[in-house]
Design a protein around this ligand. Structure first.
Ligand SMILES: Cc1ncc(COP(=O)(O)O)c(C=O)c1O
Length: 394
């Protein structure tokens, strides 16, 4: 069903394969391992070295990609972000690809702002590079959140197995798949994309059981729950839920815009996530807003963007099926109250309190760059918030 949803070619000769996992993290470990093994086998057959595999991603990848790279000894080559552009730039990603690249990983629904990366453009640029170089670098799509959004809200968007270089896709059942925590999926375009040697066959449970997972035993409840939801709701049911999430995200976004105090850094046509930054943060910043929202029973995380946009701090709200329109309106009201409260407090830390100069080499005094000053302010704020948190006795 999920392979169908991702437009896998399901003919007689082409059969997609997949496994259920604990979440997208395990799914990504397995997909990465399959790419690494396939690349190594090809290199060995060509008599070429295969000890320096790398993977190309954006700096916005979720931590599970860093884990994969670390645990499975693959170099992570990250495309840096920049202010105003918070996803992987396909042009720069393709520039980083070399003969040791096992795959390029694109994200459909960035963790940080819900934005979809341009997988179609990546596919086209990579096809061109493969043609020029003779390599056949493939693409993996990390659709942890977007895999259950795009097929229902943007069915025309080409991001999945319709693109020839997309060889595997992961999705979390416990994000927009509408199942409790503990289920993910990874699908390969065809059997040839999953090296047979990675699949173990056991028969001591009474029949041949092929297994390609990091753990062995696990409960089946989430698999059944996913199956139930897919059958119970069907395409139309999922579409209704996702449309509702998108509409409520828009209510929240418009409410925040109306305050005139925020820049919205998420996109309307991504995952229903609203990520936003303060327009003016010299008196207080996003960490302070997040901190004070807790007294209104809201936990809205504030965080800094990855390099080279680490001077940008955002707040993020993920709109799921149980986040109603009324809740969206109440959150806007509470954020407005928090802003009024913070406006009336004396400035605790401001740009003026951070020196614009620092000691350079040989003891000379040099002016800091805007980025350095911004970073220092963010760090001072983080410390301020953390100090306050550790003083609270729970
Ligand atoms: C883009 C992306 N990939 C992977 C993951 C990891 O997913 P899971 O929590 O299902 O292991 C996340 C989780 O936030 C994510 O946003």
């Amino acid at each position: 069903m999920i392979a169908h949803l991702f437009n896998a070619p399901l003919g007689e000769s082409e059969t997609a394969v997949g496994v259920g996992t604990v979440g997208s993290s395990e799914a990504i470990m397995l997909a990465g391992l399959a790419f690494k093994r396939k690349w190594q086998n090809k290199r060995r057959a060509e008599g070429k070295p295969c000890d320096k595999p790398n993977i190309v991603t954006g700096a916005n990848v979720q931590v599970c990609w860093e884990k994969f790279a670390n645990y499975f000894e693959v170099e992570l080559k990250e495309v840096k972000l920049r202010e105003g552009y918070y996803v992987m730039d396909p042009v720069k990603a393709v520039e980083l690809v070399d003969e040791n690249t096992i795959c390029v990983a694109a994200i459909l629904g960035s963790t940080l702002n819900g934005e979809f990366e341009d997988v179609k453009l990546l596919n086209d640029l990579l096809l061109e590079k493969n043609k020029q170089t003779g390599w056949d670098t493939p693409i993996h799509v990390d659709a942890a959140s977007g895999g259950f959004i795009a097929p229902f809200l943007y069915p025309e968007l080409e991001w999945d197995f319709r693109l020839p270089l997309v060889k595997s896709i992961n999705v979390s059942g416990h994000k927009y798949g509408l199942v409790y925590a503990g289920i993910g999926w990874v699908i390969w375009r065809s059997k040839e994309d999953l090296p047979e040697e990675l699949i173990f066959h056991i028969n001591y449970l009474g029949a041949d059981q092929p297994t390609f997972t990091l753990n062995f035993s696990k409960g089946s409840s989430q698999v059944i729950a996913q199956y139930y939801q897919l059958i119970r709701l069907g395409y139309e049911g999922y579409q209704n839920v996702m449309e509702n999430c998108r509409d409520n995200a828009l209510v929240l976004k418009r409410g925040l815009e109306k305050t005139g105090r925020f820049n919205i850094v998420s996109k309307d046509n991504g995952v229903p996530v609203v990520a936003f930054s303060l327009k003016e943060n010299s008196q207080y910043n996003e960490f302070d807003v997040s901190d004070m929202l807790r007294s209104f029973q809201w936990i809205v995380p504030a965080y800094t963007m990855p390099p080279d946009a680490q001077h940008v701090t955002v707040l993020r709200v993920v709109v799921r099926e149980d986040f109603s329109c009324t809740l969206a309106e109440r959150l806007v009201d509470d954020i407005t109250k928090v802003l009024h409260k913070l406006d009336t407090l004396p400035a605790k830390l401001s740009v003026n309190m951070i020196s614009s100069y620092q000691k350079g080499k040989n003891g000379t005094v040099v002016k800091k760059t805007t980025l350095e000053t911004q970073r220092e302010i963010t760090n001072a704020w983080k410390k301020f918030v953390m100090d306050r948190k550790t003083k609270v006795i729970c």
